[in-house]
Design a protein around this ligand. Structure first.
Ligand code: GCW
Length: 656
């Protein structure tokens, strides 16, 4: 448990271990993860005066032991307390580790009142973070694509870096339940492609650091590797030579990293190579890699983020929202068991508000991973406070087949997210963005958890307050609980997306993408705004949903307001369910959102004595930027729609 100088401890400051560290603890088990648990306890005891034991005969305050018959799976554990002893009985070594962190989370309460046996096990078997890290620094994208927290924690200036921090990272991830990490960008450039072959040692070194925390390493690979790295004439997935190349290459990977997790692939998407060049489909491509990985127990994550990024904006028949379903739904049933189709939560691209992707309900015979974006590409780029757990909770709890059907969390076999971590001292750039990383892991473990409770957990661990802990908690809840909706208010009205600056995606630019090839349009004209995706008169996208949603979304009267303009093109005078018109809603939400951003900044001032001064100053500076940016959004959006519609604000506020 490296304590790193100059690096914020996030949700594992030494104080988080106070309750354990001052007690007598018995740890039983003899594998690498049990060793980690022992090391954690020993470290805490050295600080707080408790003791670590390995002898069953004795009186202990905390017992952590293994029992494969516990009935909670290899990662689960049963927690209980009676007769003055708290017990964690784990189904496997990983359960021991997760049990320890559950006790950490509870702190003193874990050693208070008796607790009847509580079984804990993860809802999703793989809980994975994808890094979009490059080895080289890209002239436009920087080192981490869509990274807002500095450079990569894995590589610096073209080579591997000191990995001490990666061990600490693994520890943080294990403490919130994450068990897999893909280390490199899904856009696999020439240098990074070699991580599969002659630079594999760099991946092995990362795996060594993460292994003690139960985290397996995955690698993004370039589909054209047989050509680029192997010197073959083709990367055709049905070609015997190509298949043999992948089999050989994969065998070498496992010889070096025996617990390697598998490959992540972005194919035929935004210019990445894929099976289409050879007249093959995504199942052919994914299955070839799945076959290479199967003998070693590996998996391939094959991304469904496939669409035409060279669309002619004049072409009204192509709808980017339809693309993933059109490509993948017909392939259901054809993917191998160890090929996992990885679907973004929404049909477009991580916008602040999107419906749930219809692909999730369309592939009953395929293993699906749902992909979220923790890095805040479209949600304020870690300059804005935007606590995303409420959005993810909505996604995971969405019932594609209606109120009596299963949820997204029931359908998905795993949850993946794009990491928001870099080499920044606070890990995530914005110190409060740590909460998103924490909440992602916890929701992947237990999708039913309440976002406000998760925030509470995170606050309690991260800010051990000397003074009045209630005040800081209150302030952070006031700032963060509703921050996603606040961000939505001052940016994206009623499900319109992509009104951002092209390229870097920060700040407003209403028409920035309107006449581009990217397929992300709002179609605002003098009469109305929104995308007609109905079956009756539009692109037919609503038909990709099962009932009742195919009917709900089809009807402008039934469609939830927050998605109205995602599914319909309506006049500015269209009346929403709350009685306001669309244009008045745009004005009202943008004025309110900008005001709420300013109120966040005022609240934060009151926390000045409750957090370290540098952290307070960093957040204050960022809030200044958030307030400035929210005003800019307010004024550009309001002015744009005022000029288009000519409709005055009912309250006569200033529009330019
Ligand atoms: O959101 C978009 C990003 C790209 C990213 C792509 C993807 C890694 O703008 O930077 O590429 O999605 O998910 O593949």
């Amino acid at each position: 448990m490296p304590e790193l100088s100059g690096v914020h401890p996030a949700w594992l400051p030494p104080e988080a271990f106070r309750a354990i560290g001052s007690r007598r603890t018995l740890v039983l088990g003899d594998d690498v993860l049990a060793d980690t648990v022992r090391a954690e306890v020993a470290h805490a005891c050295a600080r707080y005066g408790g003791t670590l034991h390995d002898d069953r005969d004795g009186a202990y305050d905390l017992v952590l032991a293994l029992d494969s018959e516990a009935g909670v799976g290899p990662e689960g554990f049963v927690l209980s307390r009676h007769d003055g002893a708290t017990t964690v009985v784990a189904g496997g070594p990983a359960g021991l580790l997760y049990g320890l962190f559950e006790v950490v989370r509870r702190g003193e309460t874990a050693f208070g009142a008796d607790l009847p046996a509580e079984a804990h096990r993860p809802a999703l078997r793989r809980r994975m973070l994808d890094h979009w890290d490059n080895i080289d620094v890209h002239p436009v994208m920087g080192q981490v694509e869509r990274g807002y927290a500095g450079g990569s924690i894995f590589w610096r200036e073209g080579g591997p870096r000191d990995l001490t921090r990666v061990r600490a990272y693994g520890r943080l991830l294990a403490a919130c339940g994450i068990n897999a990490v893909a280390v490199n960008n899904v856009n696999v450039h020439a240098t990074e492609a070699r991580l599969l072959t002659d630079r594999l040692g760099e991946v092995a070194a990362i795996a060594d650091e993460l292994r003690p925390y139960g985290i397996r390493v995955h690698l993004s690979v370039n589909f054209a590797s047989p050509v680029a790295l192997g010197g073959l004439a083709t990367a055709d997935p049905l070609d015997d030579g190509v298949r043999a190349w992948w089999a050989r290459t994969t065998e070498r990977v496992y010889a070096t990293i025996p617990d390697f997790g598998g490959y992540v692939v972005k194919a035929d998407s935004e210019g990445q190579p894929g099976p289409f060049a050879y007249g093959r489909d995504h199942a052919d491509g994914a299955n070839m890699l799945a076959d290479a990985l199967a003998p070693f127990g590996g998996v391939v994550h094959w991304r469904a983020f496939v669409y035409d990024h060279r669309q002619d904006w004049r072409d009204r028949s192509t709808d980017r929202a339809r693309a993933a379903y059109d490509h993948f739904a017909p392939l259901d049933g054809r993917f191998r068991d160890n090929a996992i189709v990885q679907v973004k939560n929404g049909p477009i691209d991580f916008q602040v508000r999107e419906p749930v992707s219809p692909v999730i309900a369309a592939m009953p015979d395929t293993r699906l991973a749902v992909e979220l974006q923790v890095t805040q590409e479209y949600t304020g780029q870690q300059k804005h406070v935007c606590y995303l757990a409420p959005m993810w909770r909505e996604v995971l709890g969405f019932r594609p087949w209606g109120p009596d059907g299963r949820t997204v969390a029931d359908v998905a076999t795993e949850l993946v997210a794009v990491s928001n971590v870099g080499d920044d001292p606070y890990w995530t750039g914005h110190p409060l963005a740590q909460a998103n990383l924490y909440a992602f892991g916890r929701l992947a473990w237990a999708p039913g958890l309440d976002p406000a409770d998760l925030l509470d957990e995170w606050i309690g661990l991260t800010f051990p307050v000397a003074g009045d802990p209630g005040r800081l908690r209150r302030i952070l809840h006031e700032i963060m609980d509703g921050s996603w909706r606040t961000y939505e208010r001052y940016t994206a009205p009623l499900g319109v997306g992509f009104m951002v600056r092209p390229g870097h995606h920060y700040g407003p630019d209403v028409d920035g993408y309107e006449y581009t090839p990217w397929g992300t349009y709002h179609f605002a004209d003098r009469d109305g705004v929104g995308v007609d995706r109905t079956r009756a008169t539009g692109t037919g996208f609503t038909g990709q949903y099962p009932k009742p949603w195919s009917d709900v979304y089809e009807s402008p009267a039934k469609c939830p307001d927050e998605l109205l303009l995602f599914f319909h093109h309506v006049p500015y005078g269209h009346v929403l369910h709350d009685g306001t018109t669309v244009i008045q809603h745009i004005y009202d939400t943008h004025f309110a959102g900008a005001e709420q951003a300013a109120a966040m900044r005022d609240r934060w001032e009151k926390a000045a004595g409750d957090v370290p001064p540098e952290l307070h100053a960093r957040v204050r500076e960022l809030l200044d930027e958030q307030v400035r940016s929210a005003r800019e959004w307010r004024d550009q959006i309001n002015t744009y729609f005022f000029r288009k519609s000519g409709a005055a604000d009912a309250h006569g506020r200033r529009i330019y």
